[in-house]
Ligand binder design. Structure first.
Ligand SMILES: CC(C)(COP(=O)(O)OP(=O)(O)OC[C@H]1O[C@@H](n2cnc3c(N)ncnc32)[C@H](O)[C@@H]1OP(=O)(O)O)[C@@H](O)C(=O)NCCC(=O)NCCS
Length: 253
């Protein structure tokens, strides 16, 4: 998570786009939940069929990613304030609604409950220098504690990484008269192959979480956070998003 935000907002928000997610696809090695019969006589949990055999239950909650809009901005603020001990500015919440980030910045809903969010920006997007390569910067990634360890954080991050590598043009913006004619088309970004995130020193869970997705700790920045202790941040960098996603470097599967 970053302490501050510097990108200037250029336009307002695009519409909401929801996409159902298959959690199995993001869970990877994790599979079904097994419930054993408690007493072995076929009458307890798992013994509903009277056989006492092991029963496998696979809960399938609906999980969706939804674009950020002015209408759900309050939900994003609430989630961030509950999970992250940093108060983000009005500018932060305006910038993350930038339509060019529509495919990246998402809320995640679990059984129709908003339980997490990911906010990013791009740095050096127009740069061709090796020292300052175009980079996806993860500003905030938050999942409510009761909903963690189910692959929701991973789903948010994978969506951001995939969208950075394979950008899609957002829907055209309506002109001020709202009638649809002459809408402004936002040009798709170029593919970005590098990502980074700041993790507070001592937040080993988040560090491991990023490492599992191909990020490496590169340096520790002292006094990165001004309003929380410890103040240091570990800079986590993924130099090859395609590899992290298991894709060939040219983007083919
Ligand atoms: C970091 C954070 C977003 C991760 O969210 P999450 O939803 O728990 O993430 P995931 O479920 O995808 O992965 C978390 C762990 O659960 C494990 N996991 C994922 N699906 C699982 C499943 N079905 N069953 C069991 N474990 C599972 C993952 O392997 C991972 O383990 P690891 O930490 O050893 O790598 C969340 O912990 C959080 O909001 N933390 C506070 C804010 C923060 O630190 N943000 C990061 C800095 S910006």
């Amino acid at each position: 998570m970053v302490a501050t935000s510097t990108t200037a907002a250029t336009y307002s928000t695009a519409g909401t786009v929801s996409s159902p997610l298959d959690l199995d696809a993001v869970r990877g090695e994790y599979s079904a939940v097994s419930l054993e019969n408690g007493n072995g006589d076929g009458t307890g949990i798992g013994g509903a069929n009277g056989t006492g055999k092991r029963r496998t239950v696979r809960p399938k909650p609906k999980v969706t990613l939804t674009s950020l809009t002015v209408n759900n901005s309050g939900t994003l603020r609430k989630l961030n304030s509950v999970v992250i001990p940093i108060v983000y500015s009005e500018k932060f919440y305006k910038d993350v609604l930038d339509p060019s980030l529509d495919d990246i910045n998402k809320l995640i809903y679990y059984a129709d409950i908003p339980v997490g969010a990911c906010c990013c920006r791009f740095e050096n997007l127009a740069s061709s220098s090796k020292e300052k390569p175009p980079t996806l910067v993860i500003l905030t990634l938050a999942v409510l504690a009761p909903y963690r360890s189910q692959g929701l954080g991973r789903a948010l991050l994978l969506n951001a990484l995939r969208s950075a590598l394979h950008p899609t043009a957002p829907p055209p913006l309506l002109p001020p008269d709202g009638k649809g004619k002459g809408g402004i088309t936002v040009v798709a970004r170029k593919a970005v192959t590098r990502a980074m995130a700041h993790v507070q020193v001592g937040n080993e869970d988040a560090k491991r979480f990023y490492e599992r997705l191909g990020f490496k700790a590169t340096e520790t920045i002292d006094d990165y956070y001004s309003k929380m202790e410890p103040r240091g941040a570990v800079l986590m960098v993924c130099d090859d998003i395609a590899s992290a996603l298991g894709e060939a470097p040219n983007g083919s599967a």
